[in-house]
Design a protein around this ligand. Structure first.
Ligand SMILES: Nc1ncnc2c1ncn2[C@@H]1O[C@H](COP(=O)(O)OP(=O)(O)O)[C@@H](O)[C@H]1O
Ligand SMILES: [Mg+2]
Length: 369
């Protein structure tokens, strides 16, 4: 309904009002005459071009924005509605990505001017990049189970053959080499388990030797850590049989220790501890490597979040998901330059829901010290 205090339409059509309307738009507008001189710039244009509006008006368009011939090409494009995407270097060497469209405007005396309409698309490009990355990962994820399945059987056959050979062969040098093969094959198996964790449940009905599973998984990392000059300290007490899936625990160890090894350089220490406290099983991997920035720490549990050029960003997400789904929790403490502690805990009886406070305080505590 029309209110009697509404401004009359006439005031909306004054020149000043037109400028105000254009200023209120979130996207940038420039109006050029037939020679490429700018006659109008709205507020959003001034913001993107990082100049005051009155320092844009009166300038040739190439002085503050783009070459005029390029703009004419935009108008003559086969599909002028489609926005052109380009990057622009602004004063102060800041690069912006813009989506831009140009349209002809008939002026008096048969001349034709141009309006340019543009907006920043840096976020859009980021989103597009992220979408492509996720699509790529989804494709890999879709074929992964088949590949893993195909590799499982030959890997098991190789392991068995090497084991048999190891028992039979007497020659020391050959035995040493075979042992290396054996270690690498076991590492491959563990890596497969590390990715294959997603479909499996942490809690099982048949109790298993979890302490043994942890030591077994860690055994594979010992030589790798030693080669890299990183000390791997293991504090795993003998535990009773627990209603947990040893393959999930091995996968967790694989993911956490691999991350710790990535973060550590020569001279660093990685501690792996586990135990039972207040009817909860807990496992902690503590390193004194590079640590995480607060921004990385905030996002590190997100699926597909990675800071590594060849990372997948699934390790921590899979570990925390499998513990949380079983009613457990993950606690991460990290500081850049100091190191990272990751504690996973899960109640041993499903009914005992975990309180927010993990039982075990995280701290660097050397076995030797
Ligand atoms: N122990 C650690 N020290 C430092 N940063 C870590 C550690 N563990 C994980 N991160 C950070 O969390 C990110 C996600 O880890 P993860 O899910 O395992 O994926 P990925 O290892 O493939 O990057 C890593 O890229 C890294 O930035
Ligand atoms: Mg990882």
């Amino acid at each position: 309904m029309k209110n009697s205090s509404d401004p009359p339409m006439a005031s909306l059509s004054s020149r000043i009002q037109h400028a105000r309307i254009l200023d209120s738009l979130p996207s940038a507008v420039l109006a050029l005459d037939a020679g490429g001189t700018i006659h109008f710039a709205n507020r959003a244009a001034a913001k993107i071009l990082q100049r005051d509006q009155d320092r844009i008006v009166g300038k040739q368009v190439e002085e503050v924005f783009l070459p005029y011939p390029f703009i004419q090409q935009l108008i003559e494009k086969e599909n002028p509605e489609e926005q052109e995407e380009l990057s622009l270097i602004l004063p102060g060497n800041r690069e912006v990505f813009l989506g831009i469209q140009a349209a002809p405007v008939p002026l008096s005396q048969g001349e034709t001017g141009t309006t340019l309409h543009f907006h920043e698309i840096s976020e859009l490009l980021e989103l597009r990049k992220e979408r492509d990355r996720l699509l790529e990962l989804a494709t890999v994820g879709a074929v992964m189970p088949t590949i893993l399945h195909e590799l499982k059987n030959p890997l098991a056959a190789i392991t068995t053959s090497v084991e048999v050979l190891l028992e039979d062969i007497q020659e020391e040098e050959l035995k040493k080499q075979l042992h290396l093969v054996f270690t690498e094959v076991r590492r491959m198996k563990l890596a497969f388990e590390g990715i294959g964790i997603s479909g499996r449940k942490l809690r099982t009905s048949s109790p298993a030797a979890i302490d043994h599973a942890i030591r077994e998984a860690l055994g594979i990392f010992q030589s790798r850590a030693m080669e890299a000059g990183i000390s791997l300290e293991i504090q795993i007490p003998n535990l009773p049989l627990l209603p947990l899936d040893p393959s999930v625990i091995r996968a967790v160890i694989y993911n956490l220790v691999t991350n710790a090894l990535h973060a550590c350089s020569r001279g660093c220490t990685i501690q792996v501890q586990a135990g039972i406290e207040d009817e909860q099983f807990w496992i902690a991997v503590i390193d004194d490597g590079e640590g995480m920035s607060p921004q990385v720490q905030e996002r590190c549990l997100e699926m597909f979040f990675t800071t590594k050029s060849s990372g997948s960003g699934i390790g921590l997400a899979l570990c925390s998901n499998s513990f949380r789904r079983a009613g457990g929790d993950i606690q991460i403490e990290s500081q850049q330059g100091t190191g990272t502690s990751i504690l996973l805990s899960v109640p041993l009886q499903p009914s005992k829901l975990q309180s927010n406070q993990p039982r075990k305080p995280l701290h660097q505590e050397s076995q030797n010290g």
